[in-house]
Design a protein around this ligand. Structure first.
Ligand code: ACO
Length: 332
């Protein structure tokens, strides 16, 4: 029996503190002009004080659940796509569960960097279609500002913090909202974007040097990889969806760099009006970037519901996730 999936609710939350490009010129040798022209970024939200990826995730999850009109006790799984939760364990998913009272949910985290939401959707789809779950909450939340080298101008200007959430459930009509989904990984390209974990050897053995927990990225290689491979992967996913590229209403890409988004738009011959981007205001919020862009575009009226859309993410791993979806009215 084919169980159709419904994308039932979306939500997002970002920290209140905003740092502009001009602010960054106080700590590194950069300029608003360089950052804007190379990336499209003007400002980003960053955590302060005791704010955390988990706290943002809780806020995003509550909003998505409210939209989905699902009782919190009916959630069967919480999947957190959180590269940098408050702890390695307990998982961010468990911490979110405790805060929202989803007492019947099984919980785990996934590490797929900026493809996290799409990986979470793929796993949710399998859980629902196999009958193992009726309702799944995916929380994509990242606190990249906490693991940046704020003296490295090549990386620290690119990121911001934020969380997005999506509720997936069994459809109450015959419509399957996930028309196609493709998850890919190319582990041999792992050196493109890396963040080591800390850790010291036992004092009884040969000492090691504790690595610094900073994001290191070869921006040029990431750029080349994404503009070459991602359009091909998107075309493959669209071919499986039963729709043609020109029948899909919107393209919602991971918000990593405006030049990458424009290159995708041209290569896929997408109408620029229908390509969603808010990188200007949020920078790259890693796994959270697609759900934040989605909710903002729906709330502002740039995306009109119901509609079809391509959601596509790429990130450290390298991982890539693409899905063609139908989005119903009232989800955000
Ligand atoms: N301000 C001023 N100058 C800078 C800055 C800065 N913030 N950063 C670098 N520069 C300088 C460099 O030092 C270099 O100077 P030099 O020519 O004197 O050596 C010059 O600018 C050019 O540097 P490049 O690295 O060649 O700049 P490029 O045009 O490639 O842009 C960028 C860099 C924006 C990072 C780009 O390569 C990019 O966006 N790549 C993709 C990154 C991405 O998509 N990441 C997503 C994945 S993230 C994740 O998954 C967690």
């Amino acid at each position: 029996m084919n169980i159709p999936i419904k994308i039932a609710g979306l939500g997002f939350q970002v920290p209140k503190t905003v740092i502009t490009n001009d602010d960054l010129t106080k700590i590194i040798d950069t300029s608003d002009e360089w950052i804007r022209t190379r990336t499209g970024i003007e400002r980003r939200h960053v955590l302060s004080g005791n704010e955390s990826a988990v706290e943002m995730g809780i806020g995003a999850a509550k909003k998505a659940l409210e939209k989905a009109k699902i009782n919190v006790e009916d959630i069967d799984y919480i999947i957190a796509a959180a590269s940098l939760g408050t702890h390695i364990y307990p998982s961010s998913a468990c911490e979110i569960q405790a805060a929202i009272g989803a007492v019947n949910a099984a919980c785990f985290d996934i590490t797929a960097a900026c493809s996290g939401l799409i990986y979470g959707m793929g796993i949710s789809r399998s859980l629902i279609k196999s009958g193992m779950a009726k309702n799944v909450l995916v929380v994509a939340t990242d606190a990249v500002s906490r693991c940046l080298d704020w003296t490295d101008r090549a990386s620290c200007v690119l990121f911001g913090d934020g969380a997005g959430a999506m509720v997936l459930t069994v459809s109450d009509d015959d419509q399957d909202d996930i028309l196609s989904i493709d998850l890919k990984a190319e582990g041999h390209l792992g050196d493109f974007i890396k963040m080591p974990t800390p850790g010291k050897n036992c004092p009884l053995v040969e000492p090691n040097e504790e690595p610094k927990m900073y994001v290191k990225m070869d921006g040029k290689e990431v750029y080349k990889y994404v503009v070459t491979k991602l359009p091909v992967y998107i075309e493959e996913c669209v071919a499986k969806s039963g729709l043609k590229m020109n029948e899909i209403d919107y393209l919602v890409p991971h918000q990593a760099n405006m030049r990458i988004i424009e290159a995708l738009e041209k290569r896929l011959e997408f109408n620029p009006e229908n390509v969603i981007s808010n990188i200007k205001d949020y920078a790259n919020t890693s796994a959270a970037s697609i759900p934040i862009a989605l909710v903002e575009a729906i709330e502002s009226g740039k995306m009109k519901l119901p509609c079809s859309a391509i959601l596509t993410g790429f990130g450290a791993g390298m991982t890539v996730g693409t899905t063609v979806v139908r989005l119903r009215e009232g989800i955000a």
